[in-house]
Design a protein around this ligand. Structure first.
Ligand code: F6P
Length: 356
């Protein structure tokens, strides 16, 4: 039931950074909750880019019909970009001006570290923003899980698990490169789930001699194959990160990729065994969300609107245990939530030929 007095107030919503399954569930949660409280919702297209280049096509009115059932769909109906308004001359002022022109009183920004970092700076400029943490990398601080992550590890697990049959048939070493930038969560959990023989994470430089030892130990135990799950951001102990290009985006990120190919070539030389590499890449965040991400996204969207309604700006809606709670944006951004040492030690238990 609509609450009197809220009519005419409008909430803008945008999705920024890489898409993640569950984004549409958040949007649907926002629109339904907003409607129930008497707010209108305006979707901003293409993330922060939409609020910079705001012509007649930068926004779309979101009503209940438009978002019906979209929680089951991957991607984002609002589209996205990796635009940083703070790297554009007068960017923040343009964002503020355009929000005003669009008659938006509030903004819900759905995104990862970069998008939320922009949101946090805009709060300091007086914009009434609530954030919703999103990333398949699961590396945003102050939330137990980001939506999108569960779908991505479910996909990656299935691919890693399936690789066993071909690796075994050919007596090969298969190296699977998993996304996640500088946080190894996806590689860790899909590696465990998919039965990888070795899991290499950005949080701990890997030792080539140890990998060769494990392959040999497996051979001795009659296992003439191995599956190695490696994070795109993992680095060898003695070397540098393997990058696809040196180019940086407007948030200062280099494009990662190439470590699996490098490892396959190195290991073939060192072991004499046939090695192949597979890059999971964007397959991990493609397709429709898991039930977990549909539900988490929905709950986050609802909470974000409640926070707008209660005037809790400069905060994100975060998952803590089983509850969705408000957490200051400033605590969520600035550093990444990476895999702690105890989780890395757990996986070492299962490495072939390892003596306690
Ligand atoms: O941050 C999510 C992510 O999927 C990372 O895991 C990956 O490194 C990056 O985005 C890929 O970015 P893009 O889709 O721009 O190539």
């Amino acid at each position: 039931m609509a609450i009197e007095g809220k009519k005419g107030k409008q909430i803008a919503v945008l999705t920024g950074g890489g898409d993640a399954p569950g984004l549409n569930a958040v949007i649907r949660g926002i629109v339904f909750k907003a409607k129930s409280l008497g707010y209108d919702t305006l979707g901003i297209l293409d993330g922060w880019k939409g609020l910079l280049d705001c012509d007649t096509h930068c926004s779309v009115t979101l009503d209940l019909d438009k978002v019906e059932d979209i929680h089951m769909l991957g991607g984002t109906i609002l589209h996205t970009s990796r635009t940083n308004p703070f790297k554009v001359p007068d960017g923040p002022q343009q964002v503020i001006k355009n929000l005003k022109n669009l008659q938006c009183d509030f903004l819900i920004a759905i995104g990862g570290e970069d998008t939320l970092g922009v949101a946090e700076k805009l709060v300091r400029e007086g914009v009434k923003v609530v954030g919703v943490p999103k990333t398949i990398d699961n590396d945003v601080n102050e939330t137990d899980y980001c939506f999108g992550y569960n779908t991505a590890i479910t996909r990656a697990t299935e691919y890693i698990e399936n690789l066993h049959t071909t690796a075994k048939s050919h007596h090969r070493i298969l190296i699977v490169e998993v996304m996640g930038r500088h946080a190894g969560w996806m590689t860790l959990e899909s590696g465990i789930g998919g039965g990888a023989s070795l899991i290499l994470l950005p949080e701990e430089p890997f030792d080539m001699d140890e990998i060769v030892r494990v392959i040999k130990a497996r051979e001795k135990n009659g296992k003439e194959y191995a599956i190695i799950a490696v994070s795109e951001g993992a680095v060898p102990r003695e070397g540098q990160a393997v990058l696809q290009t040196g180019e940086k985006d407007t948030f200062g990120h280099v494009r990662l990729g190439g470590i699996a190919q490098w490892l396959a070539e190195e290991l073939e030389k060192r072991t004499g065994k046939e090695c192949r590499h597979v890059v999971l890449g964007h397959l991990q965040r493609s397709g429709n969300p898991t039930v977990f991400d549909r539900v988490l996204g929905t709950r986050l969207g609802i909470k974000a609107v409640e926070m707008v309604d209660e005037g809790q700006f400069g905060m994100i809606a975060a998952l803590k245990g089983t509850e969705i709670v408000p957490v200051p944006l400033a605590k969520a951004v600035g550093t990444l939530r990476t895999v702690p040492k105890n989780r890395i030690d757990e996986i070492k238990l299962f490495v072939e030929g390892r003596t306690p």
